[in-house]
Design a binder for this molecule. Structure first.
Ligand code: NOJ
Length: 756
């Protein structure tokens, strides 16, 4: 798609004022030893209005001979600050050469790309990475993505997405870290550290972009781009913490979101973009709009035209316009008319230049990372580890897994068993399916001729409604000792603008699992999807189930290792799985209501005819689906047999400034070495405003050999108990708390403490 900005540039390309070139011989801004702020000021002082607005404008790459004439001229005229979606390294270097060598001031272009979960080597989708609860593995994945993408000249990614999402109908839940503010903060910060490396100026570091600021994941009805209605306190307690953490982790850039919250589109929200982001959090990077999100405010009915939109966005604090062209076109008149102060433009330019200096683009504008980093053995190993840790075991009846003995014939069925493109998941622009290892291929190469594998996909793809192939799969199941059924979603069913009203398995997959189960053979179901699906029926019909959010390039090997016991599953659900879409939104850290469900309520099938009005229990539950979800947050089984006991706290009363030392004994009584994610939750019993029934505050991955036990220690600063209460100030309120440590959000082993 050609960007609107390119069209605007075409009109003005040859009508530029010639600027006299009285640049000093070695200007301060070219001195790599000078402090960055001095370099920024020096450069800013030499820039024309058009050059300034160029820095605030990003165009979409469009490689076409006619447009290239315009593009090249505009780069040389210093009117393009950033280009999105160019991935050809040679072209990037040649465009960069024009900017650096042929423009008046030699300001390098910043090339950006959606490198969301890997560039060439594809890692699990972010929701899957969140399921690892492993910040080191997540950072390693982001680092691999940075190394690979920088080898093509891409120095800016539009990741991490740290939107809290409690609605799996929303397709972009796939790109999120799920429902929890703490987990999303840890995941987002790990990604930022991985992308940006030790120094942003390293040739293999790329700038991160915390998005979408803010509230996007709460879009009404799970429909993408939709309005949100998040009040200030919920915004601060739930939706903003991952963004504040992103600032603390050093995120170079932020992106505004498409939604309007309570009537104010994010790209014109001064309170968020300026008061909070810059004022309260001290953010020094730059803010980019989302794709045309500035001019989309006309559709919102918030702006009368593109000029009005440019005015509102610039004044609110959006520094760079992604592809709409409205800054370049309208900011000159808006400044002349006094509607946008020149200081707003100058500050925005400062913010952009600061990041370009930090990236070292002025010193090393061209590609220096070797091409061999793509799909390197190191990156593939990191992707495999990430995929392996992301696998969540939801059921393992009778320890049917791992498949270590008694299997001589295996039936491999289902549309996802050998779907190299689909298992890469959403937002895979650059990964190639030819590099994907599918479960079928991984199992084949694991066993060679030592295992009789009957492969019958039954369905050509996940939405395939044809039931014709099911008979063959059933026949294969009958001849096999165990059935492995790979079902789920194609990549296109999740991600941006790919939302669903029903979360049941699509196509004839449900019939397939039922038919396989009816053979009486043990069915192990492996789900690959971009979101939690309502898979209660399949859970019942399967002996075991592995849930894999689209696991990426190395997913097949990772899954095979788990199925056959080379590794134990250790993933945990980063989001609550609903029984039905009617339960949505459903999340563990909800408030309690005045009439909490007590699980003794009468459900629909048990209601007597002509039951009395109040006879069912007047509590907060659904007549048909009760109260509990299908799978709670933080849940995931293991081949180890973990138990928790002996919870202790170092004190019973703490003061502000203290650190709570909590500890528990974790034992693995099983016969497999395994890793458990021990989770610490708290509840603030009485607050100046109602508080969630449980909040995740810490977690640790603990590896235990078979038969081993250990003390697991947590240190929780009392300051981490703070929240925005009745006076809208972040405070730790004195009072009583419960603290749990356990295997998931249903943890019951608890201790009590107070804060004075
Ligand atoms: C729109 C998406 O919302 C955003 O996440 C993405 O980074 C931009 N387009 C750029 O492709």
């Amino acid at each position: 798609m050609k960007s609107q900005l390119l069209e605007i540039l075409a009109v003005s390309a040859f009508s530029i004022l010639t600027v006299s070139t009285s640049v000093a011989k070695t200007p301060v801004y070219k001195d790599s030893k000078a402090p960055i702020e001095q370099r920024v000021e020096d450069l800013l002082s030499q820039m024309t209005m058009e050059e300034k607005l160029g820095q605030l404008s990003q165009i979409n790459s469009f490689n076409d001979p006619k447009w290239n004439v315009v593009l090249y001229q505009n780069i040389k005229d210093g009117k393009i600050g950033s280009i999105i979606n160019e991935v050809n390294g040679k072209r990037i270097d040649s465009l960069q050469r024009m900017a650096v060598k042929q423009s008046r001031l030699g300001i390098p272009v910043l090339f950006g790309r959606d490198v969301i979960h890997g560039y060439k080597t594809i890692f699990p989708i972010p929701l899957g990475q969140a399921a690892t609860f492993d910040p080191e593995v997540i950072a390693a994945g982001a680092h691999a993505a940075a190394v690979e993408s920088s080898s093509d000249g891409i120095r800016w990614t539009f990741s991490p997405m740290v939107d809290i999402s409690r609605d799996p109908r929303w397709g972009r839940i796939a790109e999120s870290a799920g429902e929890d503010p703490y987990l999303a903060s840890v995941v987002g910060s790990a990604m930022i550290k991985g992308y940006q490396g030790a120094n942003l100026s390293d040739a293999t570091s790329i700038a991160a972009c915390a998005k979408h600021f803010f509230g996007y994941g709460a879009s009404e009805g799970g429909r993408d781009y939709n309005s949100t209605f998040i009040p200030e306190r919920t915004m601060r307690n739930v939706y903003l913490p991952p963004f504040e953490s992103a600032v603390k982790a050093g995120a170079a850039t932020f992106m505004t979101s498409f939604n309007d919250n309570d009537g104010i589109p994010a790209s014109a929200n001064h309170h968020i973009l300026t008061d909070i982001l810059r004022g309260e959090w001290g953010f020094k990077g730059f803010v980019v709009s989302d794709w045309s999100s500035i001019t989309e405010m006309i559709n919102h009915g918030f702006c009368s035209d593109a000029k009005d939109a440019a005015c509102k966005s610039a004044n609110a604090g959006v520094d760079m316009d992604m592809v709409s062209g409205c800054y370049l076109k309208y900011l000159p008149e808006l400044v002349n008319e006094g509607k946008v102060p020149m200081s707003v433009v100058d500050n925005a330019v400062r913010n952009v230049l600061r990041i370009k200096f930090q990236l070292g683009l002025f010193e090393h504008p061209f590609i220096s990372t070797p091409q061999t980093v793509k799909y390197s053995a190191e990156n593939l190993a990191a992707a495999k580890q990430s995929a392996e840790e992301s696998v969540i075991m939801l059921k393992n009846e009778g320890d049917v897994l791992p498949l270590t003995s008694g299997v001589t014939t295996l039936a491999v069925v289902g549309p996802l068993a050998n779907a190299p493109y689909e298992q890469m998941g959403t937002w895979t622009f650059d990964g190639e399916k030819s590099h994907t290892v599918t479960p079928l291929n991984a199992i084949k190469s694991m066993f060679g001729k030592n295992l009789n594998i009957i492969y019958e996909p039954a369905l050509a793809y996940s939405r395939d409604n044809s039931t014709e192939g099911i008979a063959k799969a059933v026949d294969a199941a009958k001849r096999a000792d165990v059935v492995l059924a790979f079902v789920g979603e194609e990549a296109i069913l999740s991600g941006e603008a790919h939302c669903l009203a029903s979360l049941n398995l699509v196509g004839a997959q449900s019939q397939l699992i039922s038919a396989l189960a009816a053979t009486g053979k043990p069915v192990v179901t492996v789900v690959m999807a971009g979101r939690p699906l309502t898979i209660g029926k399949q859970l019942d019909e399967s002996k075991a189930m592995l849930y894999c959010f689209h696991p990426g390039t190395m997913g097949g090997e990772a899954i095979a290792d788990i199925l056959f016991g080379k590794a134990s599953p250790s993933g945990k659900t980063p989001v609550t799985f609903p029984k039905s879409t009617g339960q949505i939104p459903i999340y563990y850290c909800h408030n309690n209501t005045g009439r909490p469900a007590n699980r003794t309520e009468t459900l629909i099938d048990k209601i007597p005819v002509e039951a009395g009005q109040t006879s069912l229990g007047c509590t907060s539950f659904l007549l048909d689906d009760g109260f509990d979800p299908l799978v709670p947050f933080g849940f995931g089984l293991s081949y180890g047999k973990f138990s928790y006991s002996g919870i202790t706290l170092d004190k019973s009363t703490y003061s502000a400034g203290d650190v709570i030392h909590a500890s528990v004994t974790l034992a693995n009584a099983g016969s497999h070495d395994a890793t458990e994610v021990a989770q610490l939750y708290i509840r603030d019993k009485v607050g100046s405003v109602t508080r969630p029934v449980k909040e995740l505050k810490a977690f640790r991955r603990v590896a235990l050999k078979a038969g081993e036990s250990t003390r697991v220690d947590f240190e929780l600063p009392v300051s981490d108990l703070a929240f925005y209460g009745i006076d809208m100030k972040r405070t730790v309120e004195p009072g009583d708390f419960t603290l749990w440590i356990g295997t998931d959000s249903n943890a019951s082993l608890s201790a009590s403490f107070s804060v004075k």
